[in-house]
Design a protein around this ligand. Structure first.
Ligand SMILES: NC(=O)C1=CN([C@@H]2O[C@H](COP(=O)(O)OP(=O)(O)OC[C@H]3O[C@@H](n4cnc5c(N)ncnc54)[C@H](OP(=O)(O)O)[C@@H]3O)[C@@H](O)[C@H]2O)C=CC1
Ligand SMILES: CC(C)=CCC[C@@H](C)[C@H]1CC=C2C3=C(CC[C@@]21C)[C@@]1(C)CC[C@H](O)C(C)(C)[C@@H]1CC3
Length: 635
């Protein structure tokens, strides 16, 4: 176990009697870059960095130094005679990119967060100060030697200018903010929340005595609210997910896979087990692992972690699928009968399930040796079953081998195409055809395009929820190794014994639908990925953005101004195009579509909660501007 895995860097206290401010205490916190103080609640204290995490009333969470906090006594409310009613304030100059009216109830945090800016125009407004509307007046500290003149901005007469200057600074310096977080933080005397990825610290890893005590509490405090039904839900999903795969696999084999025949007849237990099938799965995973570690292709950087570190990923997925295709073609050429996959589907699925289960146990045990900052916020409840299910560690790695990235992008995803191909061969064999049916060809090509595109743009996965936020546990291990290859292939499996002829107009309409969906999916994912990687990319300069207190901005025009998840919309259209070739006789080939709607609606809600937590009122502003979640004018 490396030293790094054991070293706990960020430690939080539940009770630290020696601290000036206690957890839960309400104090006044300076808004970064200004002299304005707002009421904040202390959430915790980081021993190592000596920073307090506080939450403003608008929900923004920031990390502040002790000197940026003051007790509430000694503050006076801003008198009305000194400042116009903030609710009636008007903007002196409107930013060209501004698209929405200001909300009447807002704190400075929100003001800083809510100015929608034009990416390109922001640099031209470098020195311009703007006034903005606010309703909640910030409080100013009564002058004391301590706070008098310790900040350049305090000399400004109009404090709101200062406040808005802060907003502007955040707008102006978006490029710098994302590229040079430390510099910006230094300027504002502020650190973003740790989970937003910054704050690399090189301080010595000496353990203070208090740290030891605090370590015990660290596990429980580094967590976000539970989802998937919480602890009870975790038990349910652990049982339900494998049972559902079994149900589908047993159903699709029937001549008439009607849901009325529930439960499907269970085969004897020994049918499930096949050592040969298990060894094929192991060989496949090892083969993919070998391709993954082959030093071919780019080394891409992931998003900054809580520790500030950026992991490197070998993004050679396209290379892997090409080599895999050549290997499979060679195997077929030399007489390997791929219809084995069709005839041993249940056994192969069982083998994969065993591997995913063993892997999940390993991952959980391995995560017990990880440093607190390496854990996933969403899988750190302290409940073994929940954390085992959700994934305790964010990016488990054995040396440079990233287990989550590998499992998500390689064996299951490429295996999905292999299985589809085997189903096409099985269809020809079973139906006595010289070539696969039109429907089978469409399903194969559509899903192949989806996978190849994912691998070609492999770097884009590094800015998705799974890679950035979700831990690696049973949910993803099972999802990647069992769910994807053995349920996403349902349409092809179904077509083997349920031919579904397609007319030319139907075929054309389905192809168009797929292409439209693909276009939306690819363009929107690439837009967000490019923006997250380089917000000052000149190619994105036409886009409008909302700055947030974390230093990151939110896109509010382009694809991400159409709906909040344009990528989901494209994905759903593609899912529809995958099911349509199978006709309407049975529900089974529509399983993916139904599951996918549920998955994406749930993912959207999870993301909403997470983004609200991260971005506070800036997120609300985004939601007010972009009203629909996935389908314009519908949902
Ligand atoms: N076939 C399948 O089974 C599945 C496919 N998918 C597909 O995978 C892809 C990735 O999906 P997923 O990871 O769920 O979600 P997203 O790729 O949409 O990632 C969501 C994150 O994007 C960032 N974001 C949200 N709104 C904005 C904005 N306006 N401007 C800039 N950044 C924003 C936020 O992260 P931050 O601000 O921290 O950067 C947010 O947490 C999608 O295309 C989806 O359809 C997903 C699940 C299953
Ligand atoms: C019910 C259950 C077990 C849920 C687990 C969900 C996983 C199956 C999915 C979560 C996100 C995924 C993504 C892809 C595959 C499915 C899982 C793992 C993905 C790799 C498919 C190919 C795409 O191009 C993609 C790279 C965008 C995508 C990323 C998310």
């Amino acid at each position: 176990m490396s030293q790094k895995r054991r070293a706990g860097t960020y430690l939080w206290t539940v009770m630290m009697p020696s601290l000036k401010y206690q957890k839960g205490e309400t104090v006044m916190g300076r808004w970064p870059g200004s002299s304005l103080y707002y009421e904040v609640k202390v959430l915790g204290f980081d021993l190592k960095s000596q920073l307090y995490t506080v939450i403003y009333k608008d929900g923004t969470e920031l990390e502040l130094r002790e000197q940026d906090l003051k007790s509430t006594s000694g503050f006076q409310a801003r008198s009305r005679s000194r400042s116009r009613s903030p609710g009636r304030r008007r903007s002196r100059s409107r930013s060209p990119g501004r698209t929405t009216r200001r909300s009447s109830s807002r704190t400075a945090a929100a003001v800083a967060a809510a100015a929608i800016t034009d990416n390109a125009a922001s640099s031209r407004r470098e020195t311009r100060l703007r006034d903005v509307e606010v309703t909640l007046s910030p409080l100013q500290p009564t002058k004391t030697p301590e706070n008098n003149g310790n900040n350049r901005h305090e000399k400004n007469e109009d404090k709101l200018k200062v406040e808005n200057n802060t907003a502007n600074k955040i707008n102006e310096s978006e490029k710098k903010v994302e590229a040079e977080p430390e510099k910006i933080q230094g300027r504002y005397n502020l650190r973003r929340r740790k989970d937003d990825g910054d704050a690399k610290s090189d301080e010595a890893k000496v353990e203070h005595p208090e740290e030891k005590e605090a370590k015990k509490a660290a596990g429980a405090t580094f967590a976000t609210p539970l989802d998937f039904g919480g602890k009870i839900g975790a038990y349910f999903w652990l049982l339900f997910l494998p049972a559902w795969v079994l149900f589908l696999v047993l159903h699709v084999n029937q001549e008439d896979p009607s849901l009325a025949t529930f439960p499907p007849p269970l085969p004897p237990l020994d049918v499930f087990w096949d050592a040969q099938a298990l060894s094929f799965i192991i060989l496949w995973i090892l083969f993919q692992a070998l391709l993954y570690v082959t030093p071919v292709g780019k080394l891409s950087e992931g998003m900054p972690l809580r520790s500030g570190e950026r992991l490197k990923y070998r993004t050679n997925g396209f290379f892997a699928i090409v080599v895999s295709a050549v290997a499979v073609a060679a195997a077929v050429h030399y007489g390997v009968d791929l219809t084995y996959i069709y005839s041993h589907f249940l056994q192969l699925a069982t083998g994969s399930f065993l591997i995913s289960f063993v892997l999940s146990i390993f991952l959980y045990v391995y995560s017990r040796y990880a440093a607190p900052e390496q854990l996933a916020l969403g899988g750190n409840s302290g409940n073994v079953v929940y954390d085992f299910f959700k994934g305790h560690e964010l990016n488990p790695r054995i040396k440079n081998f990233d287990l989550k990235f590998f499992c998500e992008m390689r064996p299951g995803l490429i295996g999905w195409c292999l299985i589809n191909f085997a189903m096409a061969l099985a269809e020809m064999k079973k139906q006595g055809l010289d070539a696969p049916s039109n429907s089978m060809i469409l399903v194969n090509l559509f899903q192949l395009l989806y996978v190849v595109d994912g691998l070609w743009n492999e770097e884009a996965i590094l800015t998705t929820m799974d890679l950035m936020h979700d831990g690696f546990g049973f949910m993803l291990a099972f999802g990647d190794l069992v769910w994807v290859p053995f349920t996403y292939t349902m349409q092809a499996y179904y077509l083997v014994s349920h031919p579904s002829p397609l007319s030319v107009p139907a075929l054309t309409a389905i192809v168009i639908l797929k292409l439209v969906g693909f276009y939306i999916f690819r363009k929107s994912n690439s837009e967000k990925n490019a923006f997250r990687r380089n917000p000052s990319d000149p190619k994105l300069s036409y886009l409008k953005t909302i700055p947030t207190a974390t230093g990151k901005s939110l896109l509010v025009s382009g694809w991400w101004g159409m709906v909040r998840h344009p990528n989901y919309l494209g994905d759903l259209l593609m899912a529809l195009a995958w099911s349509l070739p199978c006709g309407f006789s049975h529900l089974l080939p529509w399983y993916y579509m139904i599951y996918f709607i549920i998955l994406l609606v749930h993912r959207d809600s999870r993301d909403m909660v997470e983004c609200r937590r991260k971005y506070g009122l800036a997120w609300d502003e985004y939601c007010r501007t972009v009203r629909y979640r996935i389908i314009p004018h519908v949902y």
